[in-house]
Design a protein around this ligand. Structure first.
Ligand code: HEM
Length: 219
């Protein structure tokens, strides 16, 4: 069975199944289009985990480049781009002239905030390094209003810790266990779906080639 596993590249087609799956698909798609970042992530795993054991939860704190990749992915492709369930507490007038009275129900466009060129240099570019330099102190838990993939305040995502744990560990495991590749020469299509959940519009096709010794894959 393992021989067969090793002798073929696995051709996987990924579509979003749940909220944790959405960012994983975007991360893989971004890495396939940005090979330098993929190489750096694999080098980081080789340095901090090595090839003789699987990734463990305790490794994640050392994988700072991978953490930056996840942040940059959630910035570019927030799975919940619109934050709802808000009402204005005070009267205010926005810079575009809209007058908002107290109690007005509000929808927040987190996607737009996370692509705002007044905050982010090259806002549409995939640059994980920004989270190790210019934006290194920004977290994902609603403390910084320029980065809101899990919302903020009382109605912020109550699953944020679980979600981050699952995303980091599963992404680290995939990149550690497999060399990944595109199925063709064209860049991966990055079209976003026009809906309340920001799902990749087309399924992601990815080739997986095991790159560790067979024992690591046995449960
Ligand atoms: C990548 C994964 C996830 C993302 C991006 C995400 C994002 C969000 C966002 C943006 C909100 C609305 C926050 C706001 O309006 O300020 C939310 C709410 C919520 N999320 Fe998540 N979420 C994720 C995973 C999870 C998981 C794994 C759980 C549970 C195990 C969870 C449970 C909830 C709950 C219960 C709320 C409603 C909180 C409330 O209204 O008081 N989420 N999530």
């Amino acid at each position: 069975m393992l021989d067969a596993f090793y002798s073929f590249k696995q051709n996987l087609i990924l579509g979003a199944a749940d909220s944790n799956m959405v960012p994983l698909i975007w991360v893989l798609a971004l890495l396939l289009n940005n090979r330098h970042a993929l190489k750096k992530a694999k080098e980081e795993l080789a340095t901090h985990v090595g090839k003789d054991r699987p990734v463990e939860e305790s490794d994640i704190k050392n994988l700072v480049y991978l953490q930056a990749i996840i942040k940059e992915t959630l910035r570019l492709y927030p799975p919940s781009p619109i934050l709802a369930l808000r009402a204005a507490m005070e009267e205010c007038t926005l810079s575009n002239g809209y007058h908002v009275t107290p109690g007005t129900r509000l929808l927040l466009n987190a996607w737009q905030i996370q692509h705002d060129e007044r905050v982010w240099t090259d806002p549409d570019e995939f640059k994980p390094e920004r989270f190790l330099t210019t934006h290194k102190d920004l977290d994902l838990r609603g403390q910084n209003f320029e980065l809101l993939p899990f919302g903020a305040g009382r109605r912020a995502c109550s699953g944020v810790s679980l979600a981050l744990q699952v995303i980091h560990l599963s992404m680290a495991s995939v990149l550690h266990c497999f060399d990944i590749d595109k199925t063709g020469d064209q860049p991966v299509d990055m079209t976003e779906s026009a809906s309340l959940a920001n799902v990749k519009a087309t399924p992601l096709k990815v080739l997986l080639q095991p790159c560790l010794s067979p024992e690591i894959y046995q449960l």
